[in-house]
Design a protein around this ligand. Structure first.
Ligand SMILES: Nc1nc2c(ncn2[C@@H]2O[C@H](COP(=O)(O)OP(=O)(O)OP(=O)(O)O)[C@@H](O)[C@H]2O)c(=O)[nH]1
Ligand SMILES: [Mg+2]
Length: 281
C-alpha cells in the first residue's frame, strides 16, 4: 500500500473500490450477451481496459458471431467474465483514471424467466426441494449476493419491430407487461440476498434503440408510467435508479461504438459505485 493510500485511510479519504460485482439481468433475447460483448469491445478499442484471461473463450465465442455479421445465439451456459478497467469517459469530455475489475456473468435469460416464474408461486426459498430449479436458484443466489449494483436490460421491441416502427404504442406496453414481473421478482430476490440495498444503484438499460427508434424522452416517459410502482418502492429504499438507451448489437466491426450509449453507462456505473478516486473529475 502506498504512503498516499495509507494517509487517505488514516484521514478518512474515500478509497476507490477495486472489485465490483454487477449482475446483468433480463429475460431471454433482451440483449445481455450483446451488452457484455459491447462493453468488452468498447473498453478494449478505446484503451480503457481489457477482458481478463479467463474471459477469453466467452468473448471469442460472441465475437465470432458479430465478426461474421450473424445475430448472437441464445446463451446456453452460465459464464463468468471480468473486465479490468483503467479509465472511463466523462460526460463533459476527457477521462477519469480508475483501477477496477468488474465481474459478472453471462446468464441464459430463459433460466432467469423460469426461475422468476417459479419464485412468484413459491417465494419461501427455504422450502425449495432439491432439483434442477433449486440448482438454478442457487446459481442466482450466488450471482446476486453481496453485489455492488445491478443492470436490468429491458427490451422494448420483443418481436414487434414493424408495429413499433409504424408508431403503435401497444407493443411497448406489451413488452413492459412481459418483463415487469420478472424484473420486480428479480429485485425482490436481490433484496433477499443483500443485507443492505440502500445506495446500491440499479441501471435499467433499454436495448435495441436502433430497432425501436423511440426518442430517449419517449422511452423515459413510457418507463416512468409502466414502472411507477417499483420505481417509487426503489427510491423509498434509497436505491439510485438510472435509465440508459444502449445499442448493444447491430454494430459491425467498422464501428467505433461512439454515440451508442455505452460510454454514458460505463461512466455512470463507475461513479455510482464510487470507483473513481477522490480528486478525479
Ligand atoms: N439491432 C439490434 N439487435 C440487438 C441489440 N441487442 C441485441 N440484439 C440482438 O437481439 C438478439 C438477442 O440478443 P442477446 O444479446 O443474445 O440476448 P440475451 O439477453 O443474451 O439472450 P439469452 O442469451 O437468450 O438470454 C440477438 O440476435 C442480438 O443480435 C441491439 O441493440 N440492436
Ligand atoms: Mg445471451
Amino acid at each position: 500500500m502506498s504512503l498516499w493510500s495509507r494517509l487517505r485511510g488514516l484521514f478518512g479519504g474515500r478509497d476507490a473500490k477495486r472489485r465490483l460485482k454487477i449482475p446483468i439481468l433480463g429475460v431471454e433475447a433482451c440483449g445481455k450477451s450483446s451488452l457484455i460483448l459491447t462493453l468488452g469491445q468498447f473498453v478494449s478499442l478505446h484503451d480503457m481496459g481489457r477482458i481478463s484471461m479467463s474471459s477469453g473463450s466467452l468473448f471469442g465465442e460472441l465475437l465470432s458471431h458479430v465478426a461474421a455479421g450473424r445475430p448472437l445465439p441464445a446463451s446456453a451456459r452460465w459464464e463468468k467474465f471480468e473486465l479490468h478497467i483503467h479509465r472511463v469517459p466523462e460526460p463533459g469530455g476527457g477521462h477519469s483514471p480508475v483501477d477496477m475489475t468488474l465481474s459478472s456473468e453471462d446468464i441464459p435469460g430463459k433460466q432467469f424467466r423460469d426461475l422468476m416464474d417459479e419464485l412468484r408461486v413459491n417465494p419461501d426459498l427455504s422450502t425449495w426441494k432439491a432439483g434442477p430449479t433449486k440448482q438454478i436458484l442457487e446459481r442466482f443466489t450466488q450471482l446476486l449476493s453481496s453485489c455492488d449494483g445491478f443492470i436490468f436490460i429491458v427490451d422494448l421491441v420483443r418481436n414487434k419491430r414493424a408495429e413499433i416502427a409504424a408508431g403503435a404504442k401497444e407493443p411497448i406496453w406489451t413488452a413492459f407487461a412481459d418483463q415487469i414481473k420478472p424484473i420486480m421478482t428479480g429485485i425482490l430476490l436481490a433484496s433477499k440476498m443483500n443485507a443492505v440495498m440502500a445506495h446500491k444503484p440499479i441501471f435499467f438499460v433499454f436495448s435495441k434503440p436502433d430497432l425501436h427508434l423511440l426518442e430517449p424522452e419517449e422511452v423515459r416517459e413510457h418507463f416512468r408510467r409502466a414502472m411507477a410502482i417499483p420505481l417509487a418502492q426503489l427510491r423509498g429504499e434509497l436505491i439510485n435508479v438510472g435509465q440508459y438507451n444502449v445499442q448493444c448489437a447491430g454494430w459491425e466491426m467498422d464501428s467505433a461504438l461512439d454515440g451508442m450509449g455505452i460510454d454514458i453507462l460505463l461512466s455512470d456505473l463507475v461513479h455510482a459505485v464510487n470507483a473513481v478516486p477522490d480528486g478525479a473529475p
